[in-house]
Design a protein around this ligand. Structure first.
Ligand code: DGL
Length: 271
């Protein structure tokens, strides 16, 4: 392995959704090597208790540490919301989740200080986004809504169907009624629903992609820590999953926007 700067950025998620974050990272930082781990054997995390997500997070972190990464990006909103401290304690490395970057981006965008947050039940119940937004500006009004049907719809590729539009409308109606001007897409899957969400909100609400916001944070962190990879070699992006790779490979292209290449299965935790 080359220098410290040539080491990979480790990214993990509960499954496939974190590929939206890898995509955002590669757009911003095309020279970086990346090791991605998706815990496809235990997905979803969003409907599980914080305690269980925290246990899974230990294994996910240990896997990335075994790959000798230079920093860890927690792509999963649910993990970022309920278990970021688990990663920070285990890894003696720079770590970022998606909540703080997403909250900061929303705060920079809102004009009327009325911000909506959508995510899994785990993320919304944790109140992590609301907490962070209030910490940034105590006078902000936050309206949160769990949208548990979005993850299966996206994984089915139902991005702009009539049924999807109706479901999006039902979930977002209470937030639109509250006159939000900014909406945090607080789940790895939701960027794929941007068009339908924009249609339902009639383009009147700014959508914040927490993965894109996290990619900007990663760039700043690498810069500050002098850890950017300046090598001219073609970067290496490696994908590891905990269940059979086939589904990840086929559905993953939708999230990643292009072919994934080789995806390998690994056994993590107690197996
Ligand atoms: N990756 C999860 C998140 O961003 C969504 C899928 C799941 O529930 O595991 O919260």
């Amino acid at each position: 392995m080359g220098t410290k700067n040539q080491k990979s950025i480790g990214v993990f998620d509960s499954g496939i959704g974190g590929l939206t974050v890898v995509r955002a990272l590669l757009e911003k930082l095309p020279n970086e090597n990346i090791v991605y781990f998706g815990d496809t054997a235990r997905v979803p995390y969003g409907s599980k208790s914080a305690q269980v997500v925290r246990e899974y997070t230990q294994d996910d972190t240990d896997f990335l540490l075994s790959k000798d990464v230079k920093m860890i990006v927690v792509a999963c909103n649910t993990v970022s919301a309920v278990a970021l401290d688990v990663v920070q304690k285990r890894a003696n490395l720079p770590v970022t989740g998606v909540i703080i970057p997403g909250a900061e981006a929303a705060m920079n965008s809102t004009k009327n200080k009325r911000i909506g947050v959508i995510g899994t039940a785990g993320t919304v119940n944790s109140n992590a986004y609301a907490h962070e937004l209030k910490r940034l500006n105590n006078s902000v009004n936050v309206f949160s809504k769990a949208c548990p049907l979005f993850v299966p719809l996206v994984e089915e590729g139902w991005l702009e169907n009539k049924a999807t539009e109706l479901i999006v409308n039902d979930y977002l109606f209470p937030l639109i009624t509250e006159k939000i001007d900014t909406l945090i897409l607080g789940c790895t899957h939701y960027p794929l629903l941007k068009r339908t969400i924009s249609k339902v909100t009639k383009g009147a609400v700014t959508l914040i992609d927490s993965g894109e916001a996290a990619a900007a944070t990663v760039e700043t962190m690498l810069e500050k820590l002098d850890l950017r990879n300046t090598s001219k070699e073609k970067p290496n992006v490696q994908f590891f999953v905990s269940d059979a790779p086939e589904k990840f490979t086929s559905v993953g292209e939708l999230f990643f926007g292009k072919k994934l290449g080789v995806v390998r299965r690994v056994v993590i935790g107690k197996g």
